[in-house]
Design a protein around this ligand. Structure first.
Ligand code: PMP
Length: 397
């Protein structure tokens, strides 16, 4: 090879996601993997998507194959605005920007809000994909103290908030922990953010996946002028569509549109029209309860296996929705070293350390349960539990 190029400082700082590296190993069929973060393909509404695609081809094939507006397909933006006009607020279609997955929304927010060294407040731990997206713009992360219920709002003092460009929050069934922020904390957080003049970014791909159906009011509904909301069709329809959206105050929306124009002109007209057809007639309100039921049942299986196979020194939460359980092992146990042994034993999970913007906790790990069969959950957790016991015994010895 004889290629010559000089990487930008930004690119030099880029690293590959630790999770993607692990997923490569776990593709071997003999590995029982709790590492993936993928939704269950059993929930993809294939017949409905086929029907919607047929309708698009029958009714508007040329428009579906043509360029479209950067902001997104107008009827879909209107549908999104109407769906989020609840909890006492009205969302205007002009606030909605359709994005190529909500991951693109994170990148666009980074582009328009972060300068080198800008303070960005994040949860402890936070979504790795967001940390990666923001990192390209070289912010100074500030980690907000969090417990089993999410951000500890009382621990947020003025000094930490001062000068923050935004705080990145995942109030519902957070990735990686499965935590949900209680109502009182939501109110307190919104009040603190407003008083300090810090914009709130609410990333909410799992909000509708509450196992029992009840939803807490969004942060958006509590202060629409100071919150950017991010939604996604990935967990309620299918991630391969790459369809998400931002709801932002109009002046910020305008900037995000400019950034998106430079990035990809617009999100595919084709998938926007198909999704618009698919969601007609209240389809999601029939479909989402099926996802909730499956994920809730899978979560119970995993919790039961944890109870039976993991030692008492390990701690975990009991999620009320979403796709993840977060496990904390005793101090001194390194989940990275545990993973190396687990992979030899054909079982995988994601170590927690990469999810921390600062001060990683190496004794934590994320378990994902939605795509694994009952039998594999049982076998995999028995193996993992045995390894955890061995690691603890070795640490004590
Ligand atoms: N935010 C969070 C918290 C996520 O877990 C994910 C996907 N794993 C995304 C955003 C990105 O989702 P998508 O781009 O598929 O909408």
């Amino acid at each position: 090879m004889n290629s010559h190029f000089t990487l930008s400082r930004r690119a030099q700082a880029l690293t590959s996601s630790a999770i993607r590296e692990i997923l490569k190993v776990t593709e071997r069929p003999e590995v029982i993997s709790f590492a993936g973060g993928l939704p269950s393909p059993a929930t993809f509404p294939i017949a409905r998507m086929q029907e919607a695609t047929d309708k698009v081809f029958a009714e508007a094939p040329q428009a579906a194959l043509q360029y479209g507006p950067t902001e997104g397909f107008t009827p879909l933006r209107e549908w999104i605005a109407a769906r989020h006009s609840r909890d006492g607020i009205t969302v205007r279609p002009g606030q909605v920007l359709v994005t190529t997955g909500s991951q693109q929304g994170l990148d666009l927010l980074g582009k328009v809000l972060i300068d080198e060294g800008s303070k960005v407040l994040v949860e402890t731990p936070s979504y790795l994909g967001a940390l990666q997206a923001f990192s390209l713009f070289q912010p100074a992360f500030s980690s907000m103290r969090s417990d089993d219920e999410g951000i500890v709002v009382d621990a947020l003092d003025e000094a930490q908030l001062r000068g923050g460009r935004f705080m990145y929050c995942l109030p519902n069934f957070q990735n990686p922990t499965g935590r949900r922020l209680p109502l009182e904390r939501r109110r307190a957080l919104i009040a603190r953010a407003r008083a300090a003049g810090v914009l709130v970014v609410e990333d909410d791909p799992y909000g509708e996946l509450s196992y029992h159906g009840e939803q807490l009011p969004s942060l958006l509904s509590m202060d629409p002028d100071n919150v950017v909301y991010m939604g996604s069709f990935s967990k309620v329809l299918a991630p391969g569509l790459r369809l998400g959206y931002l709801i932002a105050p109009e002046p910020l929306h305008a900037k995000l549109v400019q950034a998106k124009q430079a990035a990809d002109l617009h999100t595919p007209s084709f998938s926007q029209r198909i999704v618009f057809e698919a969601v007609q007639g209240g389809f999601l309100d029939r479909h989402i309860p099926e996802i909730r039921k499956l994920y809730g049942d899978q979560c119970e299986l995993m919790l039961s296996a944890l109870q039976r196979h993991f030692p008492a020194e390990a701690k975990w939460n009991r999620p009320a929705g979403g796709m993840f359980i977060w496990v904390t092992l005793p101090e001194g146990i390194d989940a990275g070293a545990l993973l190396a042994r687990a992979i030899e034993d054909n079982v995988a999970f994601v170590p927690g350390a990469p999810f921390f913007a600062v001060d990683p906790q190496p004794n934590t790990l994320r378990l994902s349960f939605v795509t694994v069969s009952a039998e594999k959950i049982e076998h995999g957790m028995a193996r993992l539990g045995a390894l955890v016991r061995e690691e603890i015994a070795a640490a004590v010895a």
